[in-house]
Design a protein around this ligand. Structure first.
Ligand SMILES: Nc1ncnc2c1ncn2[C@@H]1O[C@H](COP(=O)(O)OP(=O)(O)OP(=O)(O)O)[C@@H](O)[C@H]1O
Ligand SMILES: [Mg+2]
Length: 260
């Protein structure tokens, strides 16, 4: 079996605090992984380690067999990354089409002149996130959720082998979240892309994901959604009782006034 990610006994400290503790899991390629956990659980830290921005103090990490500590550029050449709350503030106002095209052009060496195919691919990516009509609009005049979707299109157009999306759905409406999750699912199945998605919302993702990692400094659970999303695991992760009810094939987490 070929693995997109192999993590073995990974420990990371920041300011002498342990933020990831003896974490191990293996993610087959291609697959759709959702990482969930409370604020400060180490989700963003894990992604930064996988991309070679942070060095672990202990453990082994591989992305498609490449060690990101030794060869960060090797990993990054295969990866797309949509950081948490990326704020693009352009001095010069940019059109949506230029933002999306950046995904293609940054992979080329200068002079970075878009070909007809690049422009077509950028249009396709914008269509895939449902925003084709915004092609000529000014990026900074879009709503937060629209900007988020344009940035997703920019990532898609670069055709990564693995995409790390750190809470891409913050500020995106529920309907669009569903559509984008379905789109990511399709990328895994049809284009053999591995998707790593950090999200706080357990309910809309289960039918599309292959694996879920519940993280709170340590791995609380890793496996298939139906095995992982249990009342016991979620309560352990969040430190408060959470009830999970089964409805059809899927489980739903209920918070609030829960009597366990
Ligand atoms: N640059 C840094 N220097 C020191 N500590 C840091 C740094 N970045 C993160 N941390 C700490 O590491 C821990 C994990 O942070 P991380 O950003 O990985 O959490 P997260 O799971 O992504 O949380 P959130 O859901 O809020 O995005 C936190 O306790 C945080 O305070
Ligand atoms: Mg984070």
């Amino acid at each position: 079996m070929s693995y997109a990610i192999e993590v073995e006994n990974l420990t990371v400290t920041l300011n002498s605090t342990v933020v990831l503790d003896s974490l191990s899991f293996k993610l087959p390629h291609p697959s759709f992984l959702a990482i969930m956990g409370p604020n400060g659980a180490g989700k963003t830290t894990l992604i930064r380690v996988l991309l070679g921005f942070l060095k672990p103090v202990k453990g082994k990490v591989r992305v498609f067999g490449i060690d990101p500590v030794e060869h960060p550029s090797g990993v990054r050449a295969l990866a797309g990354y949509l950081p948490q709350k990326e704020r693009i503030s352009f001095e010069i106002p940019m059109c949506v089409k230029d933002v999306v095209l950046m995904g293609k052009l940054l992979k080329k060496s200068p002079p970075r002149v878009p070909t007809r195919e690049d422009i077509e691919a950028a249009r396709d990516a914008l269509r895939a996130v449902g925003l084709e009509e915004l092609w000529n609009r000014c990026f900074r005049e879009l709503s937060g959720g629209q900007q988020q979707r344009v940035l997703l299109a920019r990532l898609l157009v670069a055709e990564p082998k693995i995409a790390f999306l750190d809470e891409p759905f913050a500020g995106v409406d529920v309907q669009t979240q569903q559509a984008l999750t379905a789109l990511l699912h399709k990328l895994v199945r049809e284009r053999k892309v591995t998707i790593v998605l950090v999200t706080h919302d357990v309910n809309p993702i289960q039918e599309h994901t292959d694996y879920i990692l519940l993280l709170n400094r340590k791995a609380i659970a890793f496996g298939h959604p139906t095995e992982v999303i249990t009342s016991e695991n979620l309560s352990k992760m969040y430190g408060a009782p959470i009830k999970v009810i089964q409805y059809g094939q899927y489980c739903y987490a209920i918070t609030g006034d829960v009597h366990a």
